[in-house]
Design a protein around this ligand. Sequence first.
Ligand SMILES: Cc1cc2nc3c(=O)[nH]c(=O)nc-3n(C[C@H](O)[C@H](O)[C@H](O)COP(=O)(O)OP(=O)(O)OC[C@H]3O[C@@H](n4cnc5c(N)ncnc54)[C@H](O)[C@@H]3O)c2cc1C
Length: 411
Amino acid sequence: MTPDAGREPARVVVVGASAAGLAVVEAARSQGYRGELTLIGDEPHLPYDRPPLSKQLLTGDWPPERLLLREQAHLDGLAVTMKLGQPASTVDADAREVVLADGDRVPYDALVVTTGVRARCLPGSDGISGVHVLRTLQDALALRAELVPGRRLVVLGAGVLGAEAAAVARGLGAEVTVLDPLAWPLARIVNREIGGWLAEVHREHGVDLRCSCAPVTGLHAAEGHVAAVELADGTVLPADTVLVAIGATPAVEWLAGSPVTIGGPEPASGSGGVLCDPRGQAAPGIYAAGDVAAWQDPATGEYRRYEHRLNATEQGRAVARALLDPGFTPPPSVPYFWSDQYDLKLQTFGTLDADDEFIVVDGSLGARRFIGVSHRDGLVRGALGVGMPRQLRAWRTAVAEHAPWKETTPA
Ligand SMILES: Cc1cc2nc3c(=O)[nH]c(=O)nc-3n(C[C@H](O)[C@H](O)[C@H](O)COP(=O)(O)OP(=O)(O)OC[C@H]3O[C@@H](n4cnc5c(N)ncnc54)[C@H](O)[C@@H]3O)c2cc1C
């Protein structure tokens, strides 16, 4: 048990049944927590993994069952009360109850918010078939069903999600156009040089990649199905399927009126998350973890929110410890992200802001195997590797410690 078992909450309620929520309940039990655990999720499924949605599931290589993070029997063994298919609609903080959409009230002593983010939709696209976002299993299955040879797919957004989906769609024989008003793909993460290199990779694979393009003004439909995408400069692009990959917004609306604060300086892709201290605490008795949470960095005082799979698990585990042990402070973590595009695996440690200095220190873009390091004010902030996982790991410590920048830092 924890050193301060007397202060353990008797009832822990976790809202959001995905990677972060699962990590909370598993870590709580593995640390000996014996109180009541409830996991509430609005999706009808057991927790599943999202990264394969734009990769192995979209290609058809993996069936949906393979995405399940845990079997029912495992969750039964944890003695977790699962309430699935039911969104939380509000928090009654005075009564310490989560109110579900069906009016059911779930009492808590500690509440953990792990509701993640929702895909941003294109205004005016409601009710038009053939227009997709990509966040849930249903989204991915619906998109996959349309990715057949010759299908004209227009992807709005050349961020990670749009780029991955474009790569898969090309592999399935679709005709793919990618539109982005920014000057190169992944423009919020990588600089012009790497973005230009990635653009070249996509074009070589037959993607009609249009960066710096005019904003999308609307969709044309015929008999209720999308027929074209129109841009502000008058361009009309015929489309059989449209994927809207323009970022995501934290799922926080159900927290309105609760004591948590929503906000913080924003990451590239979304609006405000749940502001938390460095232990994940957002308000007395309320914690948050994963994509929805903006934790304060104790070193800089800045709030940072990450939409990274590993971060969701790490923060979920850390919250479980923090709520059982008031003395626990998580060790500094190094954000890690990966993306698969064609036969390339991009991996990053730390933060890569497009306006930081970014230098290729190993390999070469031409060989499609390289390590690049980003630094600002003379300090290392992030590293990006393509096809060189071992060499990339060598930069992890330098990134974690914001080591002074020099090309030979890991050696
Ligand atoms: C297609 C795709 C590809 C990705 N690829 C990568 C990758 O290659 N590498 C990487 O590092 N990361 C990737 N990610 C990001 C990664 O999947 C997320 O960081 C991770 O899923 C975050 O987990 P989470 O538990 O915080 O939130 P989520 O996984 O978003 O889960 C939140 C859950 O809460 C539910 N919920 C929301 N509101 C409520 C409510 N009011 N009541 C009850 N439940 C609610 C949601 O429906 C959802 O089930 C990808 C994401 C997507 C969508």
